[in-house]
Design a protein around this ligand. Structure first.
Ligand SMILES: [Mn+2]
Length: 309
């Protein structure tokens, strides 16, 4: 999964889901941040073939399963049957119409909001803060109000919007929950980078922005922070999270380069070809003008030792 609040939260939600639905156990075996793919435990590299890449859209040819929301644009390949992206699914190609929420919300609203599995865990102040912190859901709902509302309608159709989502969309949450949210941010602070503080916010909310990505001064501390967040989020939601592995067993199995490319119109028209020609293994449209890309070799899963790269 991606080593940030959304990625870790998604793994906890998915773990809860597979336990309830299939009596199965989820294992958190690694992270990918566009630069490094790290595994924990003594899993062979081959394990990635059957793994779910969570909160990640990747283009490694041997990776079949992913759930992400970053891909956008008219892409023709890598639409593996096991890869889900709401923009692809709903044929969204333009930035202003892009799915605005986090991967965690896809799982929350898509998998966990059924009659069988209601979301009792959205009721405590800490749980609300956590669920609204993923990819800054709380401010996205305000900043991109019209698009957020359209996606809420798309996801729920004629069904009533869950109260948690409604409180985000109508501004109730930001009016009432600043103190609760700040308390939550204090709890995740030791494990994440402060990141970008948004200036167009009231003082009450300013200190709640950023704080998304796991600190990673080295591989072991990185894995330790991911594990700590998984434990904290499981506790906050009152669910059994994924099985985690000893952080000291971390190893880097793939390394690439991160690029930022200008999203000029001509590029968008031929995006798929560009991505193929430049060995782009994942990309995220991060604004009207820019695309973050991760460039590197394909994963060849038969090769066990990727320190080779
Ligand atoms: Mn995300």
């Amino acid at each position: 999964m991606s080593p940030d609040v959304d990625g870790v939260l998604s793994s906890v939600l998915l773990s809860h889901y597979v336990r309830r639905e299939y009596d199965a156990e989820a294992h958190l075996i690694g992270t990918f941040n566009g630069r490094y793919l790290r595994l924990v435990g003594d899993h062979p590299l081959d394990v990635l073939r059957g793994s779910m890449f969570l909160d990640l859209d990747v283009r490694f040819s041997e990776v079949a399963h992913s759930i992400g929301q970053h891909f956008l644009g008219p892409l023709s390949v890598r639409a593996s049957a096991g890869a889900f992206n709401p923009n692809r699914f709903f044929a969204i190609e333009k930035m202003p119409d892009k799915y605005p929420f986090a991967t965690a919300h896809l799982l929350l609203f898509g998998l966990l909001n059924t009659a069988k599995m209601t979301m009792p865990f959205t009721n405590t102040p800490d749980a609300k803060a956590l669920l609204s912190h993923a990819d800054s859901f709380f401010w996205v709902c305000n900043k991109y109000k019209a698009n957020s509302q359209r996606w809420a309608d798309r996801l729920y159709g004629a069904e009533p919007t869950p109260p948690f989502l409604r409180a985000m969309l109508d501004g109730t949450y930001m009016r009432e929950a600043a103190a609760d949210h700040r308390r939550f941010v204090e709890r995740v602070k030791p494990y994440v980078y402060p990141g970008n503080v948004q200036d167009d916010f009231s003082d009450a909310w300013k200190s709640c922005t950023g704080h998304q990505t796991c600190r990673s001064p080295n591989d072991i501390v990185h894995a330790r922070n991911v594990n700590a967040l998984a434990a904290l989020f499981s506790e906050i939601l009152g669910v059994d999270g994924p099985t985690t592995y000893d952080a000291t067993t971390t190893r880097v199995v793939w390394e690439g380069t991160k690029l930022r490319v200008e999203a000029y119109p001509r590029l968008m028209e031929t995006l798929e070809r560009y991505l193929q020609e430049h060995n782009i293994r994942s990309h995220a449209v991060t604004g009207a003008r820019s695309i973050a890309m991760s460039q590197g070799p394909d994963l060849v899963l038969e090769l066990i030792d990727a320190s080779f790269y």
